[in-house]
Design a protein around this ligand. Structure first.
Ligand code: NAD
Length: 434
């Protein structure tokens, strides 16, 4: 075992370790780029053949990752992608970054993790380091990954090494890229922990070692539950203060001047993205196995989910004040992505609001500079003539480069869920905060 550890450690130090990333998406691509930048050869494994071809052609796959960076990934033969999983045999370190959604019963869907692990298991070699990065409930690495890998007859910690290290990527956040975010790691053994830490130290400024894989798995969930609960709290406060005629945004701005004990969270049209609407429920599901309940998580989910209905209702009320009904009105949704400056529409509340208003008979269009097409719709150009066409403009995403001045000048009614219109001087439109 000592020889295997020394060999892998040396390969990592000299950047001769072959890095394999399973799942080249929002998490896998930036991670692969960091390892290439650090001097490693990286192979991205993906089931999606088109994704593999696009990566090998240096195509820009995500709007927030520049085409220059994508070309850098494949240049000098350091980065490549493949759908041939037998090449796993040639890897020294394998990092799993596959999706962890909820299934139709709102329960953790482990099929992606199982399928990726089975591919590794079929090609497992002695001395390899396997790391799970996908967000998941405490116990996944030990209860699902370890037994599947040990089917080979090889033993965890002796023949190969196993760890969990959550991804904390915030796509589109220019201040905190992968390399600037400390990496939390839990290993199956101390040696697993040490080797994983050595690997990540080559790409991040700090690693944080915790005592178990379960502690690392729980850390990621705690971070996302913290956000889900605080967002729900501020969403609920918005509804209460709104009835009292108090502007929540002004209150948050004032509260955040307190230099300690307060952290601002902002209301919005509902939960979106892969993390906040999904990850907390991985813990509430697992909690049931231990005969306990996660009441904060369930309540936050309920409040955040209801926000989309609240916004649709506010649009109806605002139209009513203009003596119009939802049925037959033309409504432009500005921002389809679930958050600003990215093209990710997964779980986006804007889509749920579009569906609710369409169901009530509205004619819906959208504008999003990052999302050119959606279903059978095309993003509408924001021009004076186009804006004038709509009975209401609903702002659901606060993309930095959207021309809010123009909307303020030519729309008749704006329902603003992101407080962007407060920065527009003397808008001609009637503004309704929601
Ligand atoms: N997107 C984020 O901001 C973010 C942040 C932190 C953590 N995470 C977590 O990271 C994990 C990955 O998320 P993502 O956003 O990168 O997902 P994604 O959907 O963008 O990418 C996943 C990729 O995995 C591929 N894939 C699926 N099954 C596979 C398999 N068996 N073998 C090989 N490839 C397979 C898909 O084709 C896809 O390209 C999830 O657990 C997510 O919760 C995501």
């Amino acid at each position: 075992m000592k020889a295997l550890i020394n060999e892998l450690s040396n390969k990592i130090k000299t950047r001769n370790a072959q890095i394999g990333i399973i799942g080249m998406g929002y998490v896998g691509i930036p991670l692969g780029l960091e390892f290439v930048k650090s001097g490693f050869s990286v192979t991205g494994f993906d089931k999606d053949k088109k994704r593999v071809d696009d990566l090998n052609d240096g195509k820009q796959i995500m709007k927030h990752i520049s085409s220059d960076l994508m070309t850098e990934f494949i240049s000098e033969d350091k980065g490549k992608a493949t759908a041939d999983f037998t090449k796993i045999k040639n890897m020294d370190c394998l990092i799993i970054c596959v999706p962890t959604p909820l299934d139709e019963h709102e329960q953790p869907d482990m099929t992606y993790i199982e399928s990726a692990t089975n591919e590794i298991s079929r090609n497992l070699s002695k001395g390899q380091l396997i790391i799970l990065e996908s967000t998941t409930y405490p116990g996944t690495t030990r209860e699902i990954i370890k037994p599947l890998l040990e089917k080979t007859g090889l033993k965890t910690g002796d023949d190969f090494f196993l760890a969990y290290s959550p991804e904390r990527e915030d796509p589109g956040n220019k201040k905190f890229s992968v390399s600037k975010i400390p990496k939390v790691i839990g290993g199956y053994t101390d040696n697993c922990l040490q080797l994983t830490s050595e690997l990540y130290e080559t790409i991040v400024s700090e690693t944080v070692k915790v005592s178990s894989m379960e502690a690392a798995e729980s850390t990621k969930l705690m971070e996302n539950i913290f956000r889900a609960v605080n967002i729900a709290m501020v969403n609920e406060l918005k509804l209460i203060l709104d009835r009292m005629g108090v502007n929540i945004w002004e209150v948050i701005d004032a509260a955040k001047t307190k230099p300690f004990g307060f952290m601002p969270f902002y209301p919005g049209p509902g939960m979106g993205g892969h993390c906040i609407p999904i990850d907390p429920f991985y813990l509430s599901w697992k909690a049931k196995e231990f005969n306990t309940e996660a009441r904060f998580i369930e309540l936050a989910g309920e409040i955040n989910r209801k926000m989309t209905e609240h916004i649709a209702h506010r649009v109806g009320k605002a139209l009513n004040d203009d003596k119009k009904s939802i049925n037959g009105s033309k409504i432009l949704v500005v921002g389809l992505a679930y958050k600003k400056d990215i093209d990710d529409i997964r779980e986006s509340p804007a889509i749920k609001i579009i569906d609710l208003l369409t169901y009530k008979g509205a004619n819906m269009d959208y504008h999003d500079q990052f999302v050119k097409t959606f279903r059978d719709l095309k993003s509408i150009d924001l021009t004076a003539d186009n804006i004038k066409e709509y009975d209401a403009v609903l702002i659901t995403t606060d993309h930095t480069k959207t021309n809010y001045d123009l909307i303020g000048k030519y729309a008749s009614l704006i329902v603003d869920t992101r407080n962007v219109m407060s920065h527009v001087e003397e808008p001609k439109a009637r503004i309704v905060m929601a």
